[in-house]
Design a protein around this ligand. Structure first.
Ligand code: GL4
Length: 833
């Protein structure tokens, strides 16, 4: 439309597009303006929430300037773009991040102050955008930040859930769940795009038709249709005019009305159908690393890829390029298998609707998609039953069968007569019912597959996708180790450390070139620097202690060693082993004389994390932690040498307070189970040491910061299978120290022991699948080593400095660059003011 305006009219437009001014007086004026107009409020009814909203609106105006600039330039130049398809984006709060990216925080501080409020107070009014479960969703948010900051033309696509991850409350030690209705008040960080809507079909039947060229084609007809409406969430880049975007789809009823049922007097049914359509994107499934094969979830997945592909194709068609050029303009990254239906969907659009030949279409599909695998846990690998797929997506099921048939035919040509291989590698798993293995479909439909840490990528090459390597060769399977954004996780969350690093290195450049942190190494022995470094850590511990006191009423001493494990509660992450070792420590203290107790290193053990609402064992772990805390925290005889805290409702904004405050954080998954982990990176970046197993990204962190700066223990991943086998057939090994701990729980030292029966059974009758007993001894030994090291403050601080200094590699900027170079073939696209 823009091109249609006459030159004078264009000039009139341009005259009015003037950049926002960022001096405190202009900012004040903007905030007041939004209070009066956008919110329709005034000085007579102001409160913090309203002030937050007015402030956020004024910041968003500034962001939109960059958003428009970027999107207009992209529209004009039409470079290749990447679309990051993810069912989860765990963004957290936006205001503070935007203020930093735009470099206006200082002036906003002053303006808000002049208007009678404190900016730090207003920041707390914002609700987290919690559209994700844990690491996978947070990774997507970090990658969007890095793509925007480095000017990669990348958009995220996802779903606009009305309810994000549930709010966790602890009642009587148990987790209870409350809905997270985050859109209760207006959300200044999204733009409804009422004009961008697509129809999405479910159910129905497949027919044949003759197309314009006289060819026979399949056509998907009938069924129910739902509408997808777009909401755009701007993603500011740091220090750039470029601004990224996440487009989230919300389901709406179709504007049409079922007049047949209406006329037949069945008004309620027609309204009910409309309501059902709306409910499609109501709620985020609250499972991490665990598939719950619900029909509604499958519908969400298809709804999301269908709307996104329609949108991408709409944009592609504007440039009038031939279809074969599609992969030169479009790269799609599938964040885990959740968007895998995009593969048969694009094939369907190209063959059924656009009339391409199967092979030409398949060539386009496989040059477009790439797939990131994020887990090896069998219970997390998506499989959808064939009957359910046939019912909801009948045409896609046919296409998947065909994709599989052609694939198996090619495999058989190379491995003649190897029926076992064909059975193992098939996208369809035999059984009743048959299942579609989504990870296999994603592999076959992608040009590149990556794991998320070196060990994890090795494991998927050796096991999960080993047969595919036999056929495709090794090059299709690569590693891209995860990363985190240093903007949110250091610059914003740890202002004192940010300032110390900036003064020491002489500039802020490290925030976008994280390798520069290695410049800190030469100060690691400098006594003055060490004491400044220690003072920052102490202040961050005080901040967390204050939060704990204010919100939970528990007093913790910032001089104690802060030992933190915050992440989703899962058996493979072994929070259970952690609390068992805490009980062991408690028992050890109880055996000591008062004199000996007073010589110990005081510890505060902090837990946080949500359990999936249906995950019974994980919920019992939370209960055990709280029961143990109750006893330990109230036992005067141990002289406060041990405190246990379970922080409720762990989320992104709490992480921003917790992460900078650790001395030690724990990443203790059974070797080979945690694909990468990313909170390990956050803690180390903030000068926290880690206690971890030889798993996921822990290994690479150790390589980067030096083995002397990390506490590692436990069996190795390639020993796990044999140990499990031996346990199964030759009897369980029970560590004697662990036995004592279990005995004390069973004796009722931490409340009614019958509650914990099923939990204890996982170690005994359950076969101790996660090898807690096997690792327990070396785990306790490492804890002792941690205590001894902590006594020597000077050497501890040096390690802490070396941690931060060695973390350059784990910036998500590096990770996104690797994706752009190795997978997307994408170049930065810089916009100028
Ligand atoms: C996860 C992995 O469990 C986690 O190790 C990894 O860091 C993260 C991002 O790659 O992805 N996979 C799933 S599923 N949830 C995760 O958090």
């Amino acid at each position: 439309k823009h091109e249609q305006l006459s030159e004078p009219t264009l000039q009139t437009w341009k005259k009015h597009i003037v950049p926002e001014k960022n001096d405190p007086a202009s900012i004040e004026s903007d905030i007041v303006h939004h209070t009066i107009t956008t919110l329709c409020r005034g000085v007579y009814n102001l409160d913090k929430l309203a002030m937050y909203q007015a402030t956020a609106h004024s910041v968003r105006d500034r962001l939109l300037e960059d958003w428009n600039l970027t999107q207009e330039a992209l529209h004009r130049e039409n470079p290749k773009r990447c679309y990051y398809m993810s069912m989860e984006f765990l963004i957290g709060r936006a205001l503070d991040n935007a203020l930093h990216c735009l470099h206006v925080k200082k002036n906003y501080n002053q303006s808000v102050d002049n208007l009678g409020f404190s900016l730090e107070d207003l920041l707390c009014e914002e609700k987290d955008a919690a559209l994700g479960n844990g690491g996978l969703g947070r990774l997507a948010a970090c990658y969007m930040d890095s793509a925007a900051t480095q000017d990669y033309p990348t958009w995220g696509y996802g779903l606009r859930y009305q309810y994000g991850i549930f709010k966790q409350m602890i009642k009587d030690g148990y987790q209870t769940e409350m809905p997270d209705y985050w859109l209760n008040f207006d959300n200044p960080w999204e733009f409804p795009r009422a004009d961008i809507r697509y129809e999405v079909r479910f159910h129905g039947y497949v027919a044949t038709k003759i197309n314009e060229k006289g060819e026979t084609r399949m056509t998907w007809e009938g069924g129910d249709k739902v509408q997808a409406m777009a909401y755009d969430v701007p993603i500011p880049g740091f220090d750039t005019k470029g601004c990224g975007n996440i487009r989230l789809w919300s389901s709406k009823p179709l504007n049409t009305f079922d007049f047949d049922s209406f006329n037949a007097g069945d008004y309620e049914r027609s309204v009910a159908e409309q309501t059902a359509a709306q409910n499609l994107t109501s709620v985020l499934y609250p499972n991490d690393n665990h598939l719950v094969g619900k029909e509604l979830r499958l519908k969400q997945e298809y709804f999301f890829v269908s709307a996104s592909l329609q949108d991408i194709i709409h944009r592609f068609k504007r440039a009038k390029c031939p279809w074969k050029d599609f992969p030169d303009k479009v790269a799609v990254q599938m964040n885990d298998t959740h968007p895998t239906l995009a593969v048969p969907e694009l094939q369907r659009i190209l063959v059924d609707i656009e009339g391409l030949e199967w092979d030409d279409a398949w060539d386009i599909v496989t040059r477009t998609f790439a797939f990131t695998n994020h887990t090896v846990l069998p219970e997390a690998l998506e499989c959808w039953s064939v009957p359910m797929m046939e019912k909801i997506l009948p045409r896609h099921m046919q296409i998947i069968y065909d994709i599989n048939l052609f694939f198996l035919q090619k495999v058989e040509k190379v491995f003649v007569g190897d029926r076992d291989l064909l059975k193992r590698i098939s996208i369809i798993e035999e059984g009743s019912p048959q299942q579609v293995r989504m990870a296999f479909l994603a592999v076959v439909g992608s040009h590149t597959v990556n794991g998320v840490a070196a060990l994890h990528s090795d494991l998927i090459r050796k096991h999960l996708f080993n047969d595919f390597i036999k056929y495709y060769g090794p090059d299709k399977f690569i590693n891209i180790t995860n990363g985190i954004t240093p903007r949110r996780w250091l610059y914003q969350a740890n202002p004192d450390l940010r300032d110390l690093i900036t003064t020491t290195l002489g500039s802020e450049d490290w925030a976008t070139k994280l390798d520069l942190l290695k410049g800190l190494k030469k100060f690691a022995d400098d006594t003055k620097f060490q004491s400044q470094w220690a003072a920052v850590k102490y202040k961050n511990k005080e901040r967390l202690a204050f939060w704990i006191k204010a919100n939970m009423g528990i007093t913790v001493n910032p001089d104690a060693l802060f030992d933190i494990q915050v992440k989703r509660i899962h058996e493979y992450k072994r929070q259970y082993m952690n609390i068992l070792s805490v009980i062991y420590r408690y028992q050890s203290l109880k055996k000591m004389s008062a004199e000996d107790i007073s010589q110990q290193v005081p510890r505060v053990v902090i837990f946080g994390g949500k359990a999936a609402p249906g995950y019974y064992i994980a919920k019992l772990v939370i209960k055990l932690i709280n029961s143990a805390a109750q006893v330990i925290n109230n036992d005067k005889s141990i002289q406060d040498m041990l405190k246990v805290v379970f922080i409720p409702d762990y989320n992104v904004s709490l992480a921003e307070i917790i992460v900078p405050a650790s001395d030690i954080s724990q990443h203790i998954s059974t070797a080979g189970t945690e694909a990468s982990g990313t909170s390990n990176m956050k803690f180390v970046l903030n000068g926290g040491l880690i206690l971890g197993t030889v798993d996921g990204a822990n290994i690479e962190i150790g390589e980067q910061i030096g083995a002397e700066n990390i506490f590692m223990f436990g069996v190795l991943s390639d020993e796990v299978e044999d140990i499990r086998h031996n346990q199964k057939y030759h009897g369980l090994f029970m560590d004697p120290s662990l036995q004592v701990v279990i005995d004390s729980i069973q004796a009722g030292q931490f409340g009614d022991p019958s509650i914990f029966g099923p939990l204890i059974n996982t170690l005994t009758y359950g076969g101790d699948y996660y090898l807690i007993s096997v690792d327990f001894k070396s785990y306790l030994q490492k804890h002792t080593e941690v205590d001894e090291t902590y006594r020597d403050k000077k050497s501890w601080v040096k390690k802490s400095i070396m941690c931060t200094a060695g973390m350059g590699f784990f910036s998500s900027d590096r990770a996104v660059c690797e994706y752009a170079d190795k997978i997307w073939k994408l170049k930065p696209f810089k916009v100028e003011a």
